[in-house]
Design a protein around this ligand. Structure first.
Ligand SMILES: NC(=O)c1ccc[n+]([C@@H]2O[C@H](COP(=O)([O-])OP(=O)(O)OC[C@H]3O[C@@H](n4cnc5c(N)ncnc54)[C@H](OP(=O)(O)O)[C@@H]3O)[C@@H](O)[C@H]2O)c1
Length: 355
């Protein structure tokens, strides 16, 4: 295996993949080299690729930086990396950080706003992209970090952060005066983490899932009821909020037909079916928006602290719900990508790749 490489997918056919050897990166002043160490792959990473052009996810890690043609895209992944070279004070060799990475052996960053919590990549091409994706969090001093929970953090941290912010937004808005909340792709990590956060707050939570995932989803105990996509007509016609993580047009149609005006909010959160749903839904949930609000309300440390407490509660439960399947290197990454892309992964499995 070459020392420096990148995995990529064809932008017009996400099931076509390649691995390219890349040149040894040479740093200029103000840069640091990260060796990407351990990353996760879930449906969320496929969504980044599906929305690669529309939401500019391809722009975080442009193929040009890895000498790979424009037809290829680098789907971003989350995980841990280590600083292996640095020209920047405060960014030290051996420092371990959590963040957003290319599916590659390495990433050159231009650290800015360096402090004891980590740094931001100030590379010019990332400046106009959503800022939460540009932050690299040092493991030292991170209230959510525990060395024995690294794999859970790799898999769940961004997903749980979304779920935490989504649950917060829903309760911040008085549950939109609805009586019940429906989540599709209820077996997904993001959906069940949101249900975990919302469960027991006085509103009925209903999960919609595929027939094969009903048993898993019911056993989580996060939902008051779990139905298959074909059982929408069994829903009570009471004021309802729909949190759509599947993006399935037929499920949306069935809900609208069955609930009529009772469907008080229709919010696109995800699209596991790989069909963009922003236009069809009434609105789109984007975690950084609620995060900005809470940073103002609670301050950065206040938000960090609340997130860390919620994370520890969730992590205690989630470790029972996921079996980590660990692969290695570029071929492990490709195998995990294809499994997840083709929807062949059981909801119990969390793919991790040691690069
Ligand atoms: N808005 C945001 O800020 C934000 C942040 C994080 C995640 N999300 C989104 O939330 C969604 C869930 O992400 P995740 O990483 O939590 O997912 P995950 O745990 O990998 O979800 C797996 C589940 O998704 C469904 N699924 C997976 N592949 C599929 C396929 N090819 N076709 C149809 N259904 C498929 C199945 O659920 P069912 O059988 O239950 O349908 C499966 O059990 C993603 O679309 C992600 O982008 C949004």
């Amino acid at each position: 295996m070459p020392e420096f490489w990148t995995f990529a997918v064809a932008r017009d056919d996400l099931g076509r993949t390649t691995v390219a050897e890349t040149k040894t990166p040479v740093l200029t002043d103000g840069e640091a080299l990260l060796r990407v160490d351990r990353v996760g792959l879930t449906a969320n990473n496929v969504t980044y690729a599906v929305l690669g052009d529309a939401m500019r996810y391809w722009e975080f890690f442009p193929g040009s930086a890895y000498e790979i043609g424009l037809e290829w895209g680098l789907p971003p992944v989350w995980g841990f990396a280590e600083v292996v070279e640095s020209t920047v004070e405060g960014v030290t060799i051996g420092q371990r950080v959590y963040g957003y990475f290319p599916p590659a052996s390495h990433l050159v960053v231009r650290p800015e706003r360096v402090d004891e919590t980590g740094f931001r990549d100030g590379a010019a091409h990332r400046a106009s992209l959503p800022s939460p994706y540009n932050a690299y969090r040092s493991t030292v001093g991170d209230p959510a970090y525990r060395a024995d929970q690294e794999d859970l953090l790799v898999l769940f941290r961004p997903l749980f952060f979304t779920s935490f912010m989504l649950a917060d937004q829903v309760s911040d808005n008085g549950f939109y005066d609805a009586d019940q909340l429906i989540l599709s792709s209820a077996s997904s990590k993001t959906a069940y983490a949101a249900a975990f956060e919302l469960h027991g707050r006085g509103h009925r939570l209903i999960g919609l899932t595929s027939p094969g995932n009903v048993a898993f989803t019911s056993a989580l105990g996060c939902y008051d009821q779990v139905l298959t996509y074909d059982e929408v007509s069994a829903l009570s016609p009471v004021p309802t909020v729909y949190l759509d993580l599947s993006g399935s047009p037929s499920t949306r149609e069935a809900l609208r037909a069955h609930l009529g005006d009772g469907l008080v909010r229709d919010i696109a959160v995800g699209l596991t079916n790989q069909i963009p749903n922003a236009a069809a839904a009434g609105e789109v949930f984007f975690a950084p928006v609620q995060m900005r609000k809470r940073r103002q309300d609670w301050g950065r440390d206040g938000l960090d602290q609340r997130f860390a407490e919620a994370w520890q509660r969730f992590a205690g439960a989630a470790e029972q719900w996921v079996d980590v399947e660990a692969g290695a290197g570029p071929s492990g990454l490709r195998d995990a990508w294809l499994e997840v892309f083709h929807g062949r992964t059981s909801p119990r499995v969390g793919h991790i790749v040691q690069l």
